[in-house]
Design a protein around this ligand. Sequence first.
Ligand code: AMP
Length: 379
Amino acid sequence: MTTVGILGGGQLARMMAISGAPLGLRFLLLDNVADACAGQFAPMLVGDYRDEDILAEFAGKIDVATFDFENVPAESAHWLSGKVAVFPNPNALAVSQDRLAEKNLFRELGIGVPEFRDITCFEDLQSAIAEIGMPCILKTRRLGYDGKGQFRIKAEADIAAAWTALGAQTLTVGLILEAFVPFQREISVVAVRGRDGEFRHWALTENWHEQGVLSASLAPATEAAAFEAEAITCARKVAEALDYVGVFALELFLCDGRLMANEMAPRVHNSGHWTIEGAETSQFQNHLRAVLGLPLGSTRSVGVSCMLNWIGAMPEAGPVLQESGGHWHDYGKSARAGRKVGHATLREDSAAALADALARVGEALDRQQQVSQVLPRLR
Ligand code: AMP
C-alpha cells in the first residue's frame, strides 16, 4: 500500500486524492485548518507547516510527499526531504515561490519576460518607474496569488498609494516592479516531468481572469496554435533547469506576436482542471504517476473543453448537469467572497457544439459575461 503525503488540503489535494483512488493509492494530508476540503476524502493532520513534530509524524506515515500549494515554507520542504522523497524538489519550489528568482531564471533560459526590477526601498521604486515607465505593477515577490499582493500604478498619483499598500513588505516577502503587458491573450502550458526526465504536456490552454482570478479556460487553444511549439519549449527548459518532477503550469502572455512568461506554478494548476474530462489522463493523475515514478499517461485531448470557475458561491448545478458534455465539481467549501468553491467543465466533440453548450449554460446561470469572453474563439 502506497501512501502519498500532500502538504495542503485544498481543492487541488482533493482532486488529486480522487484521481489517485483508481491507482489504489492512500493519502495523508497536512493542513493548518481543520476544515480543509480535501479532508472530506482523506485523513488529515492539522498543524503548522513549520512544526517539526507534526512534520515528523507526517513523514513517518507516507512514502512520498508533494504539495497542493506553493507557499509551503521552503525550510519545511527541505526538512521533510531529509526524511522522505519530496517532489517537486525543494529548490524548484523555492525558485517558483519567488517572482524575482523565477523571472531571473526565465531570462537566463532565453524566455521573454516583462521588464522587471527588484524593489528594496521607495527610491528603488521611483527609479524603476522612471526606467520602466507606467503603467506598471508592484507585486510581492513571495506569497502572492490570484492577483493578491499586487498594486497597479497607472499614474504619478498611484506611486505613493502603492508604497503605502505594499512598501512594508520589503522587509518580509520582498517586492518586484513589472512593466504592464498590454497582452492580447493569456495562455498556459500545463506539463509533467517524470522522475526519469520524461516530459509531456497537455494542449495549450487560453485563460481569462477577472480581478486577477482565473474565470475561464479553453483547450485546445487553437487560435494560439502558432505559439504552441515555442510555449512548450519554454516549459520544457524551465522543467529541465529545475530538475522538476511532477505537474506544473507556465503562464504566458501573448503580446503583439511575442510570448512573455508571467509565472510558473509548481503544482497542478487551475488552468489544467479541464484535463479531468478533456484529456486521456488528467493533470492530477499524471502528477501522482510522476512523483511515484510510474509511467506517465497520455496527455492527448479528448474533444474541446471549456472550464468555468465558480468563485464565491456555487451556482445551480442543473444547467450543467443537463448538458451531455457537462461535468460538475463542487469542492465542498462554504461560500465566501473571492473563494474558489468549484468549477464546471463543458466538453464537446467540436468547437461549434461547445459554443452552443456554453451559450446555453451562460444564459441559464446568468453568466453571460463569463462565457462571452470564450465564445468568440469558438465561432
Ligand atoms: P499573477 O498573480 O502574477 O498571475 O497575476 C494575476 C493576473 O494579473 C494575471 O493573470 C494577469 O491577468 C494580470 N497581470 C499580472 N502581471 C501582469 C503584467 N505584468 N502585465 C499585465 N497584466 C498582468
